[in-house]
Design a protein around this ligand. Structure first.
Ligand SMILES: Cc1ncc(COP(=O)(O)O)c(C=O)c1O
Length: 408
């Protein structure tokens, strides 16, 4: 399969590197895909498809790293936002949308008695950790998963003071023993446990919760007096309307939501038990100029309304299950050492590690084959199924996966 024409993307990237350190930020840099094979600049999207500056079209199963739950350019949401735009959206005070959105969140999310609206996932996880420390007056945070770019949880530590993360310790997904060991080591000093209820492909080879795992985490948190925080930035408004906690029946003390909440508009939320949340009334400070801006709240209410009205997540789950079943069959027939490892709304393919590191070569070949055939997915992040992916899109994606694995 021929290499794509990416001339304009690469020219723009050259220019970008003169304008901004690294050209583009973090996860959008070419080394997170296959350098030289993936587009870097996008012009537009529609439904489940995106188009790059060289005119290539792709089935988008990265979905903007998670926010796109319906599809690109949803007129119902955009019309509601434009209507609000005409009355203003940035004031010194809040607009009534805040209460409407919070009321909605408390209706649909099991742990939510109160909430705080912020802008990004990193804002939300950082607020939740601060609330947990304020509530317990303890320093230690036990974490599992990616929680954003802020000092307490950042992966690359240049420019970050050691003391910002020295009370933060990581445990592995689906490893209750590891968590219990940490809780015992820091007995009496643990403020909170923050965990992505579905594992991250980067550091969990199996991403679905093992039977009893989430229940065990809940029980351990209660026993040790730690605030349990579910990081539902990826799973919220995707795995179920009320998040993974609704799907798997385990209720944390606090939870954070973002990404799919408004189909791409920047908004996130911290929600949880009133007794814990109330610590942010006086003792814990949370504030930002843009937190109360209402356009994203309008978009979120519209998006959640559509998800409910059209039973979107049931359909995504059902189609995702079929996709994952077929992915399992394709993988088994391929003879390539890899595993279909995600959950139905967030499928993924993990290349089985080997001592010689040959899996990295296989992975690169696979993703090269996928992008050349017009399937936009990423080696280190869940793939996603959105509402506007047609059955033909998903069939085509599976054909591409089969052909790309054959090349591996
Ligand atoms: C589980 C999880 N938590 C937090 C974040 C941080 O969110 P943001 O990038 O919006 O700051 C992410 C982003 O990918 C995430 O996947």
């Amino acid at each position: 399969m021929q290499k794509l024409n990416l001339t304009k993307s690469l020219e723009m990237f050259d220019e970008a590197q003169r304008l901004s350190p690294g050209g583009v930020m973090g996860i959008r840099r070419p080394y997170n895909f296959v350098p030289g094979e993936y587009p870097i600049f996008i012009t537009h999207g529609k439904g489940g498809h995106i188009f790059d500056v060289d005119g290539n079209e792709y089935i988008d199963m990265l979905c903007s790293y998670g926010p796109i739950i319906l599809g690109h350019v949803e007129p119902e949401i955009d019309d509601a936002v434009v209507a609000q735009l005409k009355s203003g959206f940035c004031f010194s005070l809040v607009q009534p949308w805040q209460n409407m959105l919070l009321k909605k969140l408390t209706e649909i999310i099991p742990c939510a008695e109160m909430g705080i609206i912020v802008k990004t996932g990193s804002d939300a996880t950082t607020c939740a950790v601060r609330i947990a420390r304020g509530f317990t007056d303890q320093p230690v945070i036990l974490r599992c998963g990616y929680h954003g770019w802020h000092d307490w949880c950042v992966e690359a530590r240049g420019g970050v003071l050691r003391k910002a993360y020295e009370d933060v310790h990581e445990f592995h997904y689906n490893d209750l023993g590891g968590l219990e060991k940490l809780l015992n080591e820091h007995k009496g000093n643990v403020a909170g446990i923050i965990i992505t209820p579905v594992g991250h492909p980067l550091n969990a080879r199996v991403q679905a919760p093992a039977p009893g795992f989430l229940e065990g985490v809940r029980e351990l948190a209660t026993r040790h007096g730690a605030v349990l925080i579910f990081d539902e930035i990826r799973t919220g408004f995707r795995v179920a309307l009320g998040g993974a906690q609704a799907r798997y029946g385990v209720t944390p003390d606090l939870a954070v939501f973002g990404k799919a909440m408004a189909n791409g508009y920047p908004i996130a939320a911290v929600v949880g038990r009133g007794e814990v949340m109330k610590i942010a009334e006086k003792k814990v400070f949370i504030s930002s100029t843009f937190f109360p801006n209402s356009l994203e709240m309008v978009a979120a209410l519209k998006c959640i309304g559509i998800l409910e009205r059209d039973r979107v997540l049931d359909s995504i789950w059902e189609r995702g299950q079929k996709f994952l079943d077929r992915l399992h069959a394709i993988v088994a027939a391929s003879g390539v050492p890899c595993t279909a490892s995600g959950i139905p709304p967030m499928p993924f393919l993990t290349f089985d590690h080997d001592d010689a590191g040959r899996y990295k070569e296989r992975r690169t070949r696979f993703y090269t084959g996928a992008i050349r055939r017009g399937l936009f997915i990423q080696p280190f992040h869940h793939w996603y199924i959105c509402h506007r992916h047609t059955d033909a899109d998903l069939d085509r994606a599976l054909d591409v996966i089969k052909e790309a694995l054959a090349e591996v």
